[in-house]
Design a protein around this ligand. Structure first.
Ligand code: NAD
Length: 458
């Protein structure tokens, strides 16, 4: 059997090896899910909900161990691992509260012997290929509503969050979800490809644009429901009437939280020239206060870079920005190992010729660009192939709404950033993907509407 080696990115040490799938075992798992799905669909919703409630209770009971596992394999600071698990609980509560209403058959016409109804049936067997940066969030956004709505799930955690994925499977099974209804699929890209080759009714992917585009090419002709949550290059504009200190504190956190490895990290900042210098001074103050170090330590803010190859991406963006005339204010290099470490890095004097302002960085590195006013800010913010989130800082709500309405982004923020709500849809424009998770739409997305046209005889 194949083996997957799991390393600690903070130390480089081998944690363990786990059995991994191959093409044959993936096919066998897909067949088991196919056989089991109708039985799960037939289980009353109240019982499916009871399984997810027990799963929630188990997450609460084992939260410290689960946080430590995630920190060990991803390098995420342990406080942030706890935050993620606590945030997951709120999402579970939302799904449990809303799912009943989403599955009720709606009667949209009842007139003169004619009835029209919309029934919501599960898709069937769905595959979920997931990312490592927020494994509980991005996994849970998919497999919890998918299971509640009666689907079987083939769940492939990222190879960089495998132990966390195995823990999810164990807890779901202990909570009563049948072992053939939620099946973990273990391995890297090749195992993901093997999953695409199976007969599936939906593919829900979270990860990079490059992998998402490849998946779309493979599945497009097969008419499989496809949802892709991809990368971003999320901008924020700080207007001249904003409080530079408050904005800087919030945006430094938005840029560097989870070591900058969030899909909705602030990746570009535009600041009105009138407050640019005050903003930069406050931003640097905050960043210099971030403690870099052992992800298991309670006071660590910047942890390890999860994937070693990302260090090369960061180095290349730094070299490119320097070569094109940007001013390095702090950081700008790897930190000594073992493990994968990068200094929190801030550039000013940047522009859009630089990769730093155009390509996803996915690390603790940010460019701050001076702008002359709103029109320039809007033009620059929209100068991207991505469109996940965008924000504006100003005390003036009408101005903020006017600016945000012009931006190509699935989520827009006024005086906040790097925020996800279970009540709101999470989606992207452009190369940030297609489809959505969360909100009541993120429950519907795991169902197929059937249109009933019923004419009473006579
Ligand atoms: P990735 O694309 O490298 O990997 C994602 C998953 O795809 C992994 O499980 C991987 O094993 C699998 N995979 C790789 N090659 C494959 C192939 N050829 N066929 C099938 N599966 C394959 O991405 P990552 O490094 O895990 O995640 C980081 C990216 O995810 C960033 O770009 C980030 O912005 C994005 N992301 C987006 C969201 C969102 O909500 N939009 C959330 C989290 C992360």
């Amino acid at each position: 059997m194949n083996q997957l080696a799991i390393h600690n990115p903070a130390t480089g040490a081998l944690i363990t090896r786990v059995p991994a799938d191959d093409a044959a075992s993936v096919a066998a798992k897909a067949a088991r899910a196919r056989t089991a799905q109708p039985g799960w669909q037939a289980v009353p919703l109240a019982r499916r909900k009871a399984c997810i409630s027990r799963f929630r209770a188990a997450v609460v009971a084992q939260l410290e161990t689960l946080a430590a596992t995630m920190t060990m394999e991803t390098g995420k600071p342990v406080k942030m691992s706890r935050n993620e698990l606590n945030g997951l609980l709120g999402r579970i509560d939302f799904f449990l509260k809303e799912v009943d209403a989403q599955l009720v058959t709606e009667t949209v016409l009842a007139e003169g012997g004619m009835t029209e109804q919309i029934e919501h049936t599960p898709l069937g067997v769905v595959a979920n290929i997931s990312a490592w940066n927020y494994p509980w969030f991005v996994g849970g956004n998919v497999f919890i509503p998918a299971l509640l709505t009666g689907n079987a799930v083939l769940y492939k955690p990222s190879e960089f969050a495998t132990l966390t994925g195995l823990a999810m499977a164990r807890l779901l099974h202990e909570a009563g979800v049948p072992v053939d209804v939620f099946i973990e699929v273990i391995g890297g890209g090749a195992v993901g490809e093997a999953l695409l080759a199976q007969k599936i009714d939906g593919l829900f992917f979270t990860g990079s644009y490059a992998t998402g585009a490849r998946i779309a090419q493979t599945l497009g002709p097969r008419m499989v429901k496809l949802q892709l949550e991809l990368g971003g290059k999320d901008p924020t504009y700080v207007c001249e009437d904003a409080d530079p200190k408050a904005a800087a504190g919030s945006l430094a956190d938005g840029a560097m939280y989870n070591t900058g490895q969030s899909c909705c990290s602030v990746e570009r900042i535009y600041v009105h020239e009138k407050i640019h210098d005050a903003f930069v001074a406050a931003f640097l103050d905050t960043v210099r206060g971030f403690k870099v170090g052992d992800p298991m330590a309670e006071d660590t803010y910047i942890g390890a870079i999860t994937r070693a190859p990302q260090l090369d991406v960061l180095d290349a963006q730094v070299a490119d920005a320097k070569a094109k005339g940007a001013t390095l204010q702090t950081g700008g290099q790897r930190l000594p190992g073992p493990g994968n470490w990068y200094a929190p890095t801030v550039f000013t004097g940047v522009d859009h010729r630089m990769a730093l302002m155009r390509e996803e960085s996915f690390g603790p590195i940010i460019g701050i660009q001076k702008v002359a006013g709103d029109a320039e800010a809007v033009q620059l913010m929209n100068d991207t192939r991505y469109g996940l989130t965008a924000g504006v800082f100003t005390p003036d709500e009408a101005r903020a709404r006017g600016l945000l309405a012009q931006l190509k982004a699935g989520s827009v923020y006024w005086n906040c950033c790097d925020r996800v709500s279970p009540r709101l849809p999470w989606s992207g424009h452009g190369d940030s993907g297609v489809g959505l998770t969360l909100s009541t739409y993120g429950i519907q997305t795991f169902t197929r509407p059937r249109a009933w046209h019923l004419r009473a005889a006579g």
